[in-house]
Design a protein around this ligand. Structure first.
Ligand SMILES: [Zn+2]
Length: 146
């Protein structure tokens, strides 16, 4: 829930930036276009305004892509950026080691994100594996050695 709330908050801030940028574009470039005495929308009639709106659209697309990309590489528990990318898997040994992927881990041990390197059937969703308590895992490892 916290993860999705953080995404919603970032999208709200991005929306505020987009609203501000749209206001700036309209303030700087919009000139009233009058057709037969009726004011109309300058989009697709004024080249400067239309170009500015195209750049605005690219800005909005880039901003939303940045928000989604940033959210994708965050821990689902503590919202910190995932770190330590490690290549894992292998094509020649895909039955033993799995398909090639990059694994990111939370610096506090909450989980691992496995991002497939190949995109054969389109964009594959990253695979999040939450970890149990790291101290319990270490105690279990210590118990297994005895
Ligand atoms: Zn974490």
């Amino acid at each position: 829930m916290r993860y999705w709330g953080f995404l919603a908050a970032k999208l709200a801030v991005a929306g505020a930036f987009m609203f501000l940028a749209r206001g700036l574009v309209r303030w700087f470039f919009a000139k009233p276009v009058v057709y037969y005495g009726v004011p109309g929308d300058p989009f697709a009639h004024d080249l400067t305004y239309t170009t500015a709106m195209m750049v605005f659209f690219l800005f909005c697309f880039g901003l939303i892509s940045l928000v989604v990309w940033d959210q994708r590489y965050r821990c689902r528990t503590c919202l910190r950026r995932l770190r330590m990318p490690v290549s894992a898997g292998s094509w020649p040994n895909s039955f033993l080691l799995g398909r090639p992927r990059i694994e990111y881990i939370c610096p506090y041990g909450h989980g691992t994100l496995r991002v497939p390197e190949e995109q054969i059937t389109g964009s594959a969703a990253p695979d999040w594996h939450p970890h149990d308590d790291i101290w319990k895992e270490l105690e279990a490892l210590e118990e297994s050695r005895k």
